[in-house]
Design a binder for this molecule. Structure first.
Ligand code: ADP
Ligand code: MG
Length: 251
């Protein structure tokens, strides 16, 4: 069974793309077949991995190509469906569809042919609520929410906890909150430690081991590399591998 996992947080800069890239790469290193799909018109997934592509998700959604044509190989065992600002065009088209329910099912319908070709489909959500992200939510079955502990310390955890609880209550759909992934975690900061503690008290086993703040993760994309290619001995490399092991174990 293909596990369809959305990496989702309606806030930018919480390491969604970083997690799709490096969790995907780590799963692939364990011989899983991975497809990453970029649902963000900012389109950083292909850029981070240095992938050139002819057709993108826009073309698939507009019915111009078949899934096979817009899949680009990024690494051994890692394919992606890329996006860029042209995705907004497809989104406009989805808004214009007469039947909103059909629009919500669009991604699901388009990706049907790919069933069972991959062990994991990881969806990189955009931070905005849109018909496209609704369509993404219909497709996925599990959600990983990366939360930046340093950001939480600024806005307060209560609000985020409420939001996280709501994520698992999307009406009429069988999507489950699978993991909360603390990111940009600084264990030497008391505030970050406190926030991790609060998350663990509220969500217990749903909280994955944190990914610590690490400049290697910031540098790797500008070299078009995953953390395992750019800095295989970094703590971040170990931490993303550990995350992949948990995901494999829970499968
Ligand atoms: N653990 C980390 N430590 C330090 N910087 C990180 C970490 N994870 C991600 N970043 C950086 O934070 C920024 C936002 O990450 P990104 O994955 O693009 O977030 P999103 O996709 O949620 O907007 C990027 O510059 C990225 O390199
Ligand atoms: Mg992103």
């Amino acid at each position: 069974m293909t596990r369809r996992i959305g990496i989702l947080n309606y806030k930018g800069g919480t390491a969604k793309t970083t997690t799709v890239v490096n969790l995907g790469a780590a799963l692939a290193m364990k011989n899983a077949r991975v497809l990453g799909i970029d649902l963000d018109p900012q389109g950083s997934l292909a850029t981070c991995l240095g992938v050139k592509y002819e057709y993108s998700l826009r073309d698939l959604l507009l019915g111009l190509v078949e899934p096979n044509q817009c899949i680009a190989q990024a690494r051994k065992n890692v394919d992606i469906i890329a996006s860029d600002s042209a995705l907004l065009e497809a989104e406009g088209e989805m808004w214009r569809m007469n039947d909103v329910r059909e629009a919500r099912k669009l991604l699901d319908n388009k990706l049907k042919q790919l069933n069972e070709r991959y062990d994991y489909v990881l969806i990189d959500f955009s931070p905005s609520v849109s018909i496209l992200s609704e369509s993404g939510l219909r497709y996925i079955r599990e959600i990983i929410v990366p939360v930046s502990t340093s950001y939480l310390s600024m806005i307060g955890t209560r609000q985020v906890i409420e939001t996280l609880k709501n994520v698992s209550r999307i009406p009429g759909h069988r999507v489950r909150l699978y993991l909360i992934l603390p990111t940009l975690y600084s264990p030497n900061l008391k505030q970050d430690r406190e926030i991790l503690g609060i998350l663990q008290r509220h969500f217990a086993d749903l909280v994955a081991d944190p990914i610590r703040a690490n400049t290697k993760l910031v540098e790797a994309p500008s070299h078009r590399k995953t953390i395992f290619e750019y800095s295989p001995r970094s703590a971040a490399s170990t931490e993303y591998k550990r995350l992949a092991e948990r995901v494999l174990r829970d499968g």
